[in-house]
Design a protein around this ligand. Structure first.
Ligand code: FES
Ligand code: FES
Length: 212
């Protein structure tokens, strides 16, 4: 008998499942069912906040992150979920002028806040200068990290403009400048798996030069 590759795979999967699932008697099953706690409905909370200048009212499971509220409830999918653990910066948004990792913030903590996502920075026909610089200098490859990079870069230049020092600022009392070292340090939480860092740095430097 000729066995196709597909039926061979199916047979393999079936036998693996048979080995992996131990036999459970009907009595054990009933006992487990009797002692299992009843599932409780999620605790929800109402939330009102501004997103890209528009007031939004949501009622969310209190465990919902800001990232999931934006993507799954408001359908603003420009903000990306990379690691979901605060390690990659793909989910960076600007809240009250400061950049945050939206995957590390619960949405209910943003009651009354003003959130800006990549969709709120510019439009296709009227790009934010940072968006235009990324396009001009090819500051991306796959583009997955790009919304977070751009939101972060906008906030970084604002931090520098407001005189906030960083780990690499030589003089904490002097006004920081948008040097390559300052920008790279401040952007270090935004990971680009495609390695587009050089072009990203050029794009940010161009915008920083224009602001100086
Ligand atoms: Fe939030 Fe990676 S998805 S830091
Ligand atoms: Fe692909 Fe940055 S452009 S991850």
């Amino acid at each position: 008998m000729k066995i196709s590759r597909r039926s061979l795979l199916k047979m393999g999967a079936a036998s693996a499942t048979a080995v992996a699932v131990p036999a459970v008697s009907a009595t054990q099953d009933a006992a487990a069912g009797a002692s299992a706690p009843a599932a409780r409905p999620p605790v929800t909370s109402k939330l009102s906040f501004s997103v890209n200048g528009k007031l939004q009212h949501l009622e969310l499971d209190t465990r919902t992150t800001l990232l999931d509220a934006l993507r799954e409830h408001l359908h603003l999918t420009g903000t990306k979920k990379g690691c979901d653990h605060g390690q990659c910066g793909a989910c960076t948004v600007i809240v009250g002028g400061r950049r945050i990792n939206s995957c590390l913030t619960l949405a209910v903590m943003q009651q009354g806040a003003s959130v800006t996502t990549i969709e709120g920075l510019g439009t296709r026909s009227d790009l934010h200068p940072m968006q235009a610089a990324f396009v001009k200098h090819d500051g991306y490859q796959c583009g997955y990290c790009t919304p977070g990079q751009i939101c972060s870069a906008v906030a970084v230049l604002d931090e520098i403009r407001r005189g906030i020092p960083s780990h690499v600022s030589a003089d904490l009392n002097a006004r920081p400048q948008a040097t390559a070292a300052e920008v790279r340090e401040r952007m270090s939480g935004n990971i680009c798996r495609c390695g587009a860092y050089s072009n990203i740095a050029v794009a940010i430097a161009e915008v920083a030069g224009g602001q100086a």
